[in-house]
Design a protein around this ligand. Structure first.
Ligand SMILES: CC(C)(COP(=O)(O)OP(=O)(O)OC[C@H]1O[C@@H](n2cnc3c(N)ncnc32)[C@H](O)[C@@H]1OP(=O)(O)O)[C@@H](O)C(=O)NCCC(=O)NCCS
Length: 333
C-alpha cells in the first residue's frame, strides 16, 4: 500500500491567453535574392513566403519571449505570480546552460516558477502544450506559460538555395490554466528518428570550434523528402487528433498547422477535406517558418485580426526536425 497522497490537479486544462512578438526588421524576398540565385516569383510560388522578420542584437531569445509572454499573461487576465511553470521550446538559443526559461521566469517576475527548455523542433509548441496540460492536471502548477521562440536567422546559411528563404525569427506564448471542461484534447505525437538526416544542423558545434569546418553551422534539409513526409504522413496524424478528440472536420472552426510552407498547408487542407467554413492560418506569408514559434504566432494573429474568435475549436499540428510531430485539438482563448 503506497504511503503517498494522490496529487490534486484540475480535471481539465485550457489555453487562457496568447501573445506574440515579431522582430521590427521586415525582410522581403529581394534581400534573400542578394545571396541566392532565385526569384521573388519562385519563392512565393514554392513556399508562399513574401516577407519574414529577422531579429536585431537586442531582440534576443529571452527579450522576444518576455514581450510575447507579457501579452499572453495580460490576455489570460492572471497575475504573473500565479504562474507555476515556464516551458520554453527553442532550437536557437545559443547558450547551452542554464536554460533560458529560468531567466525569462525571473525577468517576468514569477514566484520561482519551475522553468526548463525543450528541444522538439517545429513540433515544440505542441510538445510544450502537452507537458503544460499534464502539469496542471497532475497538480504541480496552476498556470503554465508555454513559449515557442526562435532566432533561426542565426542558423540560416544565406547561400543555401534550399533554406535561405524559409526561416524567420519571433516568439509566441500561451498561458495554460485549469478548466471546467476539456480545452486541450489528447495529443497525437511521436518521433521518427530514422529520418533525422532530412532536417538537421549541418555539423556539430565542436567541428566548428576545432576548425574542422570553416562555416558556422546552419540548418539544412532535404526539401523534397520533408515535403512528401509532411504532406502524406502529417495529414494522417492530423486526422487522428480529430478522432481522439471525438470530432470531425465539420466540427472545426480553425486549422493552425505549423507554418512551414503554404503548399504543405494547402495539401493538408485538401487531404483532410476541411470545409470552406474552416479558417486556415497562412501566417507563413509574412512570418516565414519560425519553427517552435509558428503556431502560437499564427494563433495570435488570427485572433487579433478577428479571423478566429475566442471559444473556436482549432486543430493545431507541428512537425519538423527529428523528425517529430504533435497534433491536438484546442479551444481558442
Ligand atoms: C524547399 C522547397 C520549397 C523546394 O521546392 P522543390 O520543388 O522541392 O525544389 P527542388 O529542390 O526539387 O528543385 C526544383 C527546381 O527548383 C530549383 N531550385 C531549388 N531551389 C531554388 C531556389 N531557391 N530558387 C530557384 N530555384 C530553385 C532547383 O534547381 C530545381 O531546378 P531543376 O528542376 O532545373 O533541376 C520544397 O522542397 C519544400 O517546401 N520542402 C519542405 C520544406 C519545409 O517546409 N521545411 C520545413 C519543415 S519543418
Amino acid at each position: 500500500m503506497s504511503k503517498i497522497k494522490p496529487s490534486k490537479g484540475s480535471p481539465y486544462a485550457r489555453i487562457m491567453g496568447v501573445g506574440g512578438y515579431r522582430p521590427t526588421r521586415v525582410v522581403p524576398n529581394e534581400v534573400i535574392l542578394e545571396t541566392i540565385d532565385s526569384s521573388d516569383e519562385w519563392i512565393r510560388s514554392r513556399s508562399g513566403i513574401e516577407t519574414r522578420h529577422w531579429a536585431n542584437d537586442e531582440e534576443t531569445v529571452a527579450a522576444m519571449s518576455i514581450e510575447a509572454s507579457g501579452k499572453a499573461i495580460a490576455d489570460a487576465g492572471i497575475s504573473v505570480e500565479q504562474i507555476g511553470g515556464v516551458i520554453v521550446s527553442t532550437v536557437s538559443h545559443f547558450k547551452q546552460t542554464p536554460a533560458v526559461a529560468t531567466e525569462i521566469a525571473d525577468k517576468l517576475g514569477t514566484n520561482k516558477a519551475a522553468a526548463f527548455d525543450i528541444s522538439a523542433g517545429c513540433a515544440g509548441f505542441g510538445y510544450g502544450l502537452t507537458l503544460a496540460k499534464g502539469m496542471i492536471v497532475e497538480g504541480s502548477a496552476e498556470y503554465v506559460l508555454v513559449i515557442g521562440v526562435e532566432r533561426l536567422s542565426d542558423l540560416t546559411d544565406l547561400e543555401d538555395r534550399a533554406t535561405a528563404f524559409l526561416f524567420g525569427d519571433g516568439a509566441g506564448a500561451v498561458v495554460v490554466g485549469p478548466a471546467k471542461e476539456p480545452g486541450i484534447g489528447p495529443t497525437v505525437w511521436g518521433s521518427e528518428g530514422d529520418k533525422s538526416e532530412t532536417i538537421k544542423q549541418t555539423v556539430p558545434w565542436t567541428d566548428y570550434r576545432s576548425g574542422e569546418v570553416a562555416k558556422f553551422p546552419a540548418i539544412t534539409q532535404e526539401g523534397q523528402a520533408v515535403f512528401r513526409w509532411a504532406v502524406f504522413e502529417m495529414a494522417k496524424v492530423a486526422k487522428e487528433a480529430l478522432d481522439v478528440a471525438g470530432i470531425t472536420a465539420d466540427d472545426l472552426d480553425v486549422f493552425i498547422p505549423h507554418q512551414a510552407n503554404e503548399r504543405i498547408i494547402d495539401s493538408m487542407v485538401k487531404t483532410l477535406k476541411l470545409p470552406e467554413s474552416v479558417t486556415v492560418a497562412r501566417d507563413v506569408r509574412t512570418t516565414g517558418n519560425t519553427s517552435a514559434a509558428s503556431i502560437p504566432l499564427a494563433m495570435e494573429r488570427l485572433l487579433a485580426t478577428g479571423e478566429a474568435k475566442s471559444g473556436d475549436t482549432a486543430l493545431v499540428i507541428g512537425f519538423g526536425a527529428g523528425l517529430v510531430y504533435a497534433a491536438t485539438v484546442v479551444t481558442l482563448p
